[in-house]
Design a protein around this ligand. Structure first.
Ligand SMILES: [Zn+2]
Length: 53
C-alpha cells in the first residue's frame, strides 16, 4: 500500500496506515521527477508513505 502525499497530509496518511496495518509505515521523500498528486488534495506529492506489508 503506497500513499502519495503533500507535506500537509503526511501525518494523515501515516495515521491511516497505522490504523490499517498496526505497523509504523515507511516514509520516503519523492524525487522531484515523479509527478504525483497528493491523495487528499490537488497539491503535488512530496512524500510516499508505504506499509511494510
Ligand atoms: Zn495533500
Amino acid at each position: 500500500m503506497d500513499k502519495y502525499v503533500c507535506l500537509e497530509h503526511v501525518e494523515l496518511a501515516m495515521d491511516e496506515i497505522v490504523d490499517e496495518t498496526e505497523e509504523y509505515p515507511i516514509l520516503e521523500e519523492l524525487n522531484t521527477e515523479e509527478k504525483k498528486t497528493c491523495e487528499y488534495c490537488p497539491q503535488p506529492a512530496v512524500y510516499v508513505v508505504s506499509s511494510k506489508k
